[in-house]
Design a protein around this ligand. Structure first.
Ligand code: GP9
Ligand code: MN
Length: 405
């Protein structure tokens, strides 16, 4: 196992990308508010249904945030839990099953553990049963100080829909929890209302449903719009309790909401054919990084959830040179534009590879497969190394990285 680890370590070291100097430490000691937006795909941003904006609040919030519009989810069967795993560890999830269940006893060097060593209090907030996705167990391995779950919320028939507590109520009650936790904190909020099958009460509908023969797709826009409203109320609450100005706020979509079973209605909505190329592009989820006092920009770096750990740590002024990670700082100009998806698909500036076919990123035309080969090699290597780390629990043998700051 030691020699395996050495190979992996060499690969990770060779692929380390230093941070962008001007942004390194820009949010030092600020609170970190991470928001997992259930099932939100990027195609809803700045888009309309029945002539109304689907995400009016986010469209506005993006204007004074960094918005990454070529950011991909990299989840597998572990869905939300996979996204949490990727973000906190900069490791890929597994190709089958949920690593939250299968490898919860492993040694990890996740963000909460790293931030613990820098004086942060760390919490996850999610109004579902604590054992769902084995979170109560896995969060201990990841180093969370506190998990605010089902029993920490007042949940009734009136304030619930679909999977549970409505997002607006979730955020309102969560702010009360936040007021009491030590500062600075790293707090992750996991939303729920925009979850398949996208149920919503009449009074919570801010737009009219889409009009295809597919009820799932029709309703999706309603719950996305509701989530957008919930985010607006959350940001306002943060302002009113004085937490907005000293926090960086990071929002990301956890995974797709509309599966390929709904391609027909999606083709109607997008007014284009859903080829494998388009299908892969639909795996983009929004990533929005709000840093108080900084102007907004839309950035088109190609990346994925795996890149969030180094991105966040660098903003906080924490070096990641010694970390076992497969992502790189999304703000760094030196990084390579690439997103590797869990099924082996990948996207670069020039090529998109999926289902054993190579496409031009720009035109969507099929191109000679050999053009994709160099990246294909990289994608396979990374997924394989990440799997080896998880299956072999290799971080056991990897000492606490030396931290000089
Ligand atoms: C459940 C929530 C949704 O607690 O995270 O899970 P999902 O089905 O999206 O993985
Ligand atoms: Mn989810």
């Amino acid at each position: 196992d030691g020699s395996k680890l050495a190979d992996i370590e060499n690969y990770v070291r060779a692929n380390y990308i230093p941070p962008k100097k001007e942004l390194f430490g820009i949010a030092q000691n600020k609170n970190v508010i991470l928001i997992s937006m259930e099932s939100v795909q990027n195609f809803v941003i700045n888009a309309k249904v029945n002539d109304e904006e689907i995400t009016p609040f986010l469209n506005e919030f993006i204007e004074d945030s960094f918005y990454f519009d070529h950011f991909y989810h990299q989840t597998g069967q572990g869905k939300t839990s996979d996204s949490e795993f990727i973000v906190d560890n900069s490791l890929y999830p597994l190709s089958r099953g949920a690593v939250f269940f299968t490898h919860s006893a492993n040694e990890y060097h996740a963000i909460p553990e790293v931030l613990d060593n820098h004086g942060y209090y760390t919490a996850s907030l999610h109004a579902n049963n604590k054992s769902f996705w084995n979170r109560d167990i896995m969060y201990k391995s990841l180093g969370y100080d506190r998990f605010f779950s089902y029993s920490d919320y007042e949940i009734s028939k009136e304030n619930s829909v679909g999977w549970g507590l409505k997002d607006i109520d979730f955020f309102q009650q969560s702010v009360q929890h936040l007021k009491d936790v030590p500062k600075p904190f790293y707090a992750k909020f996991i939303t729920l209302t925009n979850h398949f099958p996208f149920e919503l009460d009449e009074q919570d509908r801010y737009v009219k449903p889409f009009t295809s023969n597919d009820k799932t797709v029709n309703q999706y826009f309603l719950t996305v719009r509701y989530l957008d409203e919930a985010l607006k109320t959350f940001i306002n609450e943060l302002k009113s309790v004085g937490l907005y100005e000293n926090s960086i706020i990071i929002l990301y979509g956890d995974h797709y909401g509309i599966s390929e079973n709904h391609n027909k209605a999606m083709e109607e909505f997008l007014a284009e054919d859903i080829t494998p190329y388009v299908s892969t592009q639909l795996q983009r989820v929004p990533l929005i990084v709000h840093i108080p006092g900084m102007k907004g920009h839309t950035l088109s770096s190609i990346g994925g959830q795996i890149d969030l750990k180094p991105t966040i740590l660098h903003l906080l002024g924490i070096e990641t040179k010694a970390d076992m990670q497969f992502g790189s700082d999304l703000f760094s100009q030196e990084r390579m534009d690439i997103a590797v998806l869990r099924d082996g698909s990948f996207i670069t500036k020039d090529y998109l590879f999926t289902r054993n076919t190579c496409y031009s990123s720009k035109t969507g035309e099929q191109v000679e497969k050999a053009l994709c080969n160099p990246y294909l090699e990289k994608a396979k290597t990374e997924l394989g190394y990440s799997d080896q780390i998880i299956y072999g629990d290799l971080l056991r043998f990897y000492g606490q990285p030396l931290r000089t700051n």
